[in-house]
Design a protein around this ligand. Structure first.
Ligand SMILES: [Zn+2]
Length: 189
């Protein structure tokens, strides 16, 4: 449990000092992140603390790492860079966060569990958000539907099915659509 900057650093004190905290996080200290991405290099984090006009603690963060994601379609492991920047207010309770959000909806707020700095707490959600939606880029994966709109929204649940038999229907999900378009549209032959 080495995730704290130091025993006595609080978000307030770092903000008042406008401190910049750089850490290399062992992926083992990011259990939710490593559960999703499987394998990762050390995670470089740089956090800049400060106070806003209202005296609230603000953190600007930059996280970078290299992950190896397993594609659930082709079972290849693909190396991808994760690089995220974020700016958030630090709230010390849900009530405080809700209050800020009611004044300025859409404000990015991280609710922390303790006044003491915990880098993992600040960056893990951001890392999860920064993971690519898709592992293989179109041509790399033989099982990737060829059109982008197959990935958006409703397609996700279906793609989460166990990858037992990948049949022709899965590989060419738009075959029917293409026929329909050709029947009703331009004749390309
Ligand atoms: Zn793939």
């Amino acid at each position: 449990m080495n995730s704290q900057v130091s025993g006595s650093s609080t978000y307030r004190s770092l903000a008042q000092q406008q401190a910049v905290v750089s850490r290399q996080l062992d992926p083992a200290s990011l259990p939710r992140f490593t559960q999703v991405c499987g394998a990762s290099d050390m995670v470089s984090t740089e956090l800049t603390f400060g106070l806003d006009d209202l005296g609230r603690t603000v953190v600007e963060g930059h996280v970078v790492t290299q992950v190896r994601l397993g594609c659930h379609r082709c079972e290849e492991t693909v190396s991808r860079q994760v690089d995220a920047t974020f700016t958030a207010l630090i709230a010390f309770s849900e009530a405080q966060a809700d209050n800020w959000d009611s004044v300025a909806p859409g404000t990015d707020v991280v609710v922390v569990s303790s006044p003491n700095v915990n880098v993992v707490e600040l960056v893990e959600d951001e890392l999860l958000l920064a993971l690519p939606d898709r592992v293989c880029i179109d041509d790399d994966c033989p099982h990737m539907p060829s059109m982008d709109y197959g990935i958006d929204g409703k397609g996700i649940d279906k793609e989460a099915e166990p990858e037992t038999d990948v049949d022709e229907t899965r590989r060419y999900p738009f075959a029917g659509l293409k026929d329909a378009m050709e029947a009703g549209g331009e004749d390309k032959s």
